[in-house]
Design a protein around this ligand. Structure first.
Ligand code: OOG
Ligand code: NI
Length: 425
């Protein structure tokens, strides 16, 4: 029997997830409409942009394009999640240590890795694993661990079909449909929690993120992010449509040639939760909305320049959470980044960015990954100021790969493969 392509399963899953999140978080629907409108505007206003996106395959995938994020509690959950994503042709790329930003998780991005699969559907999931090893209080750590070991985040049919796909090398159409339906269950929001409000508060006071992971029956999808072609326009448009954006756009400043990734989000919703044994509702704040603009993938040399300039900018000025210095920060960031060439041919010649020959000439390769400093900013804007720190920096990629049961791919190696002619550096 013929197997359904993993690309098709991924596209179906991404669409099903989007429909579910739209029903759960109505503001996400507003955001999708806003992005569709601003993208139509950007394409109509710039025929060169449109031709370039068409040549690289980005135009065809644009309306389908989004990423999501989840936070897992145990090694076993991460290993099984890796298997589940494998059925959809998504593989772990990159290691992100968020402990540097006071957040007790480390992460990877599950995504398609080859050119044809990315063109078919680039759905990605930023996947974090909670690090209870960074929690000081031994009793709390043990109780959190026990709570997590008590839960099963996958349905029996989801695990069965994952195994079937592994053993048989794929799923037939009927099984693929069942798999998408069963896999979706893992990402669903649960309005009741299997813990007491006291335990929730104890975890919450240690770090809000720990409560978000430990106190629920599953790793509810916490945001879905559509891709915009003009994030500054989208950011300005958000308040007009009744959505309050975070203070500044994360990542590089606005440029003629966009690089890497720029992101903005709206604050997480406060939602009612029924705790174990409680007669009234408590509250939890976790789920939010985000939009992003993707630009050129940089070589290690280009990425080092980006990282150096970002540090330089932030050493002099940090964007305040209340937005009071937003304009000054963006102006300052723009000044510092004037040291980064803003013509694609120059960038490519200098060995800063990967390029590919297309009908329209030399085109950038789109960045498909995430940025740790931006991710920390997104996490923090949703955790509130009180949640920061108390966690020390301690990256541990080996422990992450051990939990996952496989190695994470090196993003630079993947881009280098996609680039037909990288200028030797
Ligand atoms: C993930 C935050 C990171 C991004 O786009 O950088 C992220 C989370 O809040 O779980 O999604
Ligand atoms: Ni995100």
């Amino acid at each position: 029997m013929t197997h359904t392509s993993p690309n098709t399963i991924r596209a179906d899953f991404s669409a099903a997830m989007s429909a579910m999140y739209r029903a759960e978080v109505p503001a996400y629907g507003t955001l999708l409409q806003l992005v569709a409108d601003t993208n139509a505007h950007a394409l109509a206003a710039d025929s060169k942009l449109k031709a370039s996106l068409a040549a690289t395959g980005d135009l065809a995938r644009l309306n389908e394009e989004r990423h999501g994020a989840i936070r897992l509690g145990t090694s076993q959950e991460l290993a099984n999640m890796g298997r589940l994503f494998g059925v959809m042709g998504m593989y772990p790329v990159g290691y992100y240590d968020l402990s540097v930003a006071g957040i007790p998780v480390h992460s990877t991005a599950f995504r398609p890795v080859d050119q044809a699969s990315l063109a078919a559907n680039p759905f990605r999931v930023f996947t974090s694993l909670l690090r209870l090893d960074l929690v000081q209080d031994a009793s709390l750590r043990r109780r959190a661990q026990e709570q997590l070991e008590d839960r099963q985040i996958f349905t029996p049919d989801c695990l069965r079909l994952t195994e079937k796909a592994e053993v048989e090398g794929g799923l037939c159409a009927d099984d693929a449909q069942s798999f998408v339906r069963e896999a979706l269950e893992t990402f669903r929001w649960h309005a009741s929690a299997p813990v007491t409000e006291n335990f929730y508060n104890e975890l919450h006071d240690t770090h809000r993120l720990i409560a978000d992971v430990v106190c629920f029956r599953g790793p509810h999808i916490n945001h879905l992010t559509p891709r915009t072609l003009d994030i500054d326009l989208a950011q300005a448009e958000m308040p007009i449509r009744g959505i309050e954006p975070k203070a500044v756009v994360e990542g590089p400043p606005p440029r003629r040639v966009p690089i890497l990734l720029r992101q903005t989000s709206f604050k997480a919703l406060t939602e009612a939760v029924r705790f174990k044994g409680a007669s009234s509702h408590g509250m939890h704040t976790a789920r939010f909305g985000e939009i992003e603009q993707r630009g050129a993938a940089l070589t290690p040399k280009g990425r080092a320049l980006y990282d150096r300039l970002l540090v330089e900018a932030r050493d002099a000025m940090v964007p305040a959470a209340d937005g009071s210095n937003a304009e000054a920060y963006m102006a300052h960031l723009g000044d510092v980044f004037s040291a980064f060439p803003d013509d694609f041919a120059d960038m490519h010649r200098a060995g800063l960015a990967y390029g590919r020959r297309a009908a329209t000439g030399l085109e950038p390769i789109t960045y498909e990954d995430f940025l740790p400093v931006s991710a920390a900013g997104i996490f923090q804007s949703n955790l509130g100021d009180g949640a920061v720190q108390t966690i020390g920096e301690s990256p541990n990629k080996a422990a992450f790969e051990d939990a996952l049961g496989m190695k994470v791919a090196d993003e630079f190696a993947l881009y280098a493969t996609m680039a037909e002619d990288v200028v030797p550096v």
